[in-house]
Design a protein around this ligand. Structure first.
Ligand code: ADP
Ligand code: MG
Ligand code: MG
Length: 885
């Protein structure tokens, strides 16, 4: 029989799939002997069953009742008992942490009678009514669907009336009155009364938590974080402990290390006389956790001990939630904490130093996306001048953008291509779309554990929070700092590493990590941590990493970044600029003589390009791709020409004959679908002399480099092959020219000849093609286009966001390789290619070569190397290492 409920004492962190992260970790803490209020977890399986059928699964109610009885016996109190009620929290908690995205309801079990009983047993009337009003508010909005803002308004109104600065200024009578107001509100909005039966409260709260899995903000968050939609959430039902019992009680959150930098130490926020939700919500200003040492030294010492226990046990940075009830410490949550990229590297290095984890575990805990973030530039603090305001450095990095004041505006402007900074007093889960759209988030309230800070860190957004000098006026769409008024649309710079805000666009400088890659400058701290991860990755990886580089400068940079060759050198970039005229002449040539003349003029220029690249990559392979794009890409635009000619005619002057000739050529060569037209190997086969010129330039460059004492390793790559016959014919031409240059120069020139695999037919006939190819390089951009039938230039803007919304794919197949479709073609081609030619060298040169997830795929598919843009080379090295773990 399926079992839907587990006591905290039965579970453990290995059951996170079933119990959710929160439930599994509550169980783990219980087993470790930490003070966790007793409770039980309703499984994600129960949630899935409920969401699938819309009905409570059979037996769930009975199981909950049984476990509740155990709780009641342990507590010596009963749910709903009027003179001494047991109160419960009902908490969501999915497999992957989704901070604040789903619902939690506190103080379940209070009604009009038991609130009086609670007042009596606690000897604190205000506390009892405060708890009751919290329950009615949370239950009303979460379970009964009343707009939460209505409760907030009622609360704010009452505070104003009483002249109370915050909720502590309200008396027991005020709060009792507020409960009445709330209940009235619920009745008006729903036509229903707030349920006076604690059993009904519990049952409905559990189901509401299930339902919150499909709430709008939870769905947005999952899409952003690529969390599957079908996992469901667990529900934790737990005995309440009370941080709102008076000044000797309180609630807090803490990290075992600084989640922004990874530095060891105690980081957190504490709020006296409050329930947990108040800490993150920014209702009152929290104090730094270190203040607790004075407020309650016993609890403080215990807390430090528990945190050490947790960090040693989890062997990682943990974050925790705790509550102190009249001097007694309770642990309410822990998990391996989210952190910035900087902290991830620093913590991995440090824990490895402490022998808490192995170097391989350290490598597993950092990632390429984080590394890429650390390579971004930072503000030049020596050149920025006076900061406009300071706040907490909550999520590092430098961002420049136009200030906007709500989520919708951020989304709207970002969609139009503008960079924006979202400015709020504090953020709530409803701001998520805006936070995703913005470069940075800036808030005037909240600590390092506020919603804005936690979510921004998780997403890698720059964030400064708690910038208290800012007076944010969302309605008027502006903020002020002293006399300075910053209207919506004004450019501001946000420094998430220093916690500073500047007016205007601050100047940027390279990051220290970038300097390490550029110059090998190894220094203490973060750079050393990154260097160690890189060394480890290089030590374990099987995949080689090359770069896509078309110029000697790019090749040299790539080499400094650790590239082991050039995987793609595009020759068509060498046809642009000044040389366009020569290419034009070649295309327009009336006869072989004219064409040869043009090609002869191009030859020395191409040769010089190749010499430079081969020199920069001396001793390492350089894969040079023969010309790929349709030739008319090198001619002027058809419309421009037509307009020019028409304008001349309208002025009654004779149009430039060259223009007329060009237009005729453009018209002749016009293709409806150039991506599928005369390009790649097809060009080589039909345009006489073109390939011969390119191969000669390569071969002569090799000769020259050899004579200069170098070790050039040029490889010649033929694009867009679909049939072995195409490659066979082209290859004969290549070999002919190589032989000719060898003979003329007396220097033997050997260049391996291979092909791109970028058409489905090439992958499907890879065994045949391998007979003529010494290497394969997957062109996954074209292979994705042709496998899906997507024209990349058109589809991304047209409908990809709809596809992402509908969950057809979680990321664009142009970003992360589509394993199921394109990936199958890759595997097939690798298998058949290697069967036909066991020493076939295989790489990939599409943009996927620098995408972390795709790198892992290429590793398992057995490729020899990935090739990516120079700046992604360190990312690919790191991920290739992680893939090999
Ligand atoms: P989230 O996943 O949004 O953090 P939680 O389930 O952790 O939601 O609940 C939010 C807050 O409610 C917690 O910070 C905690 O302080 C408080 N809380 C939850 N359970 C209890 C409990 N049993 N006693 C007292 N406070 C609780
Ligand atoms: Mg929590
Ligand atoms: Mg291609």
């Amino acid at each position: 029989m399926v079992r839907y409920v587990y006591d905290f004492a039965e579970g453990g962190r290995d059951l996170a799939g079933l119990l959710g992260g929160k439930g599994a970790n509550l169980a783990e803490m219980t087993r470790l002997g930490l003070p966790v209020p007793p409770g039980f977890t309703v499984t994600t399986e129960a949630c899935r069953a409920f969401l699938a059928t819309g009905a409570e699964p059979d037996g769930l109610a009975r199981e909950i009742a049984e476990h509740l009885t155990v709780l009641e016996q342990a507590a010596g109190r009963r749910l709903g008992r009027p003179d001494d009620p047991l109160l419960l929290s009902v908490r969501s908690g999915a497999r992957f942490s989704m901070p604040g995205m789903m619902e939690t309801i506190l103080d379940v079990g209070l009604d009009d009678d038991s609130v009086l009983g609670l007042a009596k047993v606690s000897g604190n009337e205000r506390f009892a009514w405060d708890s009751y009003r919290r329950l009615v508010q949370m239950f009303g909005s979460t379970v009964m669907g009343v707009d939460g803002a209505l409760f907030e308004h009622a609360l704010a109104h009452l505070k104003r009336e009483r002249g109370a600065a915050n909720d502590l200024g309200l008396t027991a009578a005020d709060l009792a009155g507020l409960v009445g107001t709330y209940k009235e509100l619920i009745r008006r909005e729903t036509g229903e009364d707030f349920p006076q039966s604690p059993d009904e409260q519990l049952r409905r709260a559990v189901l509401a938590v299930f339902e919150s899995w499909n709430g709008e903000r939870a769905r947005v968050y999952r899409r952003r974080e690529h969390i599957p939609d079908d996992l469901g959430t667990a529900v934790n039902v737990q005995t309440m402990v009370f941080g709102n019992l008076g000044p000797d009680s309180g609630s807090g959150v803490a990290f075992t290390r600084d989640p922004a930098t990874g530095r060891p130490g105690l980081y957190g926020d504490y709020l006296a006389n409050a329930q947990g939700e108040d800490v993150v919500a920014g209702i009152r200003n929290t104090v730094p956790l270190t203040d607790l040492e004075e407020l309650d030294p016993t609890s403080y010492t215990q807390l430090l001990e528990h945190m050490r226990t947790l960090e040693t046990h989890y062997r990682d940075l943990c974050d925790i939630e705790f509550t102190i009830e009249r001097g007694r410490l309770w642990m309410l949550q822990t998990r391996v904490g989210k952190r910035t990229a900087e902290a991830a590297f620093a913590i991995a290095a440090e824990l490895a130093d402490e022998d808490l984890i192995t170097p391989d575990e350290g490598l597993a805990r950092v990632d390429g996306n984080g590394l890429a973030r650390l390579m971004f530039p930072r503000f030049d603090t020596s050149a920025v001048g006076e900061a406009l305001a300071h706040g907490l450095p909550a999520s590092p990095g430098a961002a420049v953008g136009a200030a906007v004041f709500d989520s919708a505006e951020a989304v709207r402007r970002a969609a139009a291509g503008e960079k924006v900074v979202l400015v709020r007093q504090e953020t709530t889960p409803d701001d998520l779309p805006g936070m995703i759209a913005a470069q940075a988030v800036l808030t005037s309230r909240g600590g390092k554990t506020s919603h804005a800070a936690v979510v921004a860190r998780g997403m890698g957004r720059v964030c400064v929070c708690g910038a208290e000098e800012l007076a944010v006026d969302t309605g008027a769409r502006r903020f002020t700092v002293g006399d300075t008024v910053v209207e919506e649309g004004t450019i501001v710079s946000v420094d998430g590493s220093q916690g500073a805000v500047y007016l205007g666009a601050a100047p940027l400088v390279d990051s220290a990590v970038m300097r390490y890659f550029e110059q090998g400058e190894r220094s203490a701290g973060l750079v050393e941590a990154v260097a160690r991860a890189m060394d480890r990755a290089d030590g374990v990886r099987r995949l080689q990493v090359r770069a896509n580089a078309d110029t000697p400068e790019d090749a040299a940079r790539a080499r400094r970044f650790g590239a082991q060759g050039v995987g793609l050198c595009r020759t068509e970039h060498m046809f642009l600029g000044e040389r366009r005229k020569l290419v034009e002449a070649m295309i327009l040539a009336g006869d072989d003589g004219e064409r040869e003349e043009a090609l002869d003029a191009l030859l020395p220029l191409q040769r010089q390009d190749f010499i430079g690249i081969l020199e920069a990559m001396d001793g390492l392979p350089v894969t040079i791709r023969l010309i790929d794009p349709p030739l008319h890409e090198f001619l002027p635009d058809r419309t421009d020409l037509a307009v020019r000619i028409a304008t001349a005619e309208a002025r009654d002057t004779v149009p430039d004959p060259h223009d007329t000739e060009l237009l005729a050529a453009v018209n002749r060569m016009h293709e409806e679908n150039p991506m599928l037209g005369l390009r790649g190997v097809r060009l080589g086969l039909v345009v006489p002399g073109l390939v011969a010129m390119q191969v000669r330039a390569i071969a002569e460059a090799v000769v020259e480099r050899t004579r200069a004492g170098g070790s050039p390793e040029a490889e010649i790559m033929v694009p867009l092959v679909g049939a072995v016959e195409e490659l066979r014919i082209e290859r004969q031409e290549v070999e002919r020219v190589l032989a000719a240059v060898s003979k003329e120069s007396g220097v033997p020139v050997h260049c391996p000849v291979g092909t791109m695999i970028e058409l489905p037919r090439a992958a499907l006939t890879a065994g045949r093609i391998a007979e003529e190819a010494e290497f394969f390089s997957f062109g996954t951009n074209d292979l994705t286009q042709t496998t899906w039938g997507f024209s990349r230039d058109d589809v991304e803007a047209a409908f990809f966001s709809a596809y992402l919304d509908k969950g057809i794919f979680a990321t664009s197949p142009f970003e992360t390789l589509d394993r199921d479709g394109v990936g199958r073609l890759v595997r097939l081609a690798v298998d058949e290619g290697r069967t036909a030619r066991p020493d076939l060298k295989i790489g990939v040169c599409g943009e996927h070569g620098g995408d972390p997830e795709s790198v892992h795929f290429f590793h398992t598919a057995g490729l020899d190397y990935v090739s990516c843009s120079p700046f992604r080379v360190p990312v690919a090295r790191l991920e290739a290492g992680r893939a090999a773990l």
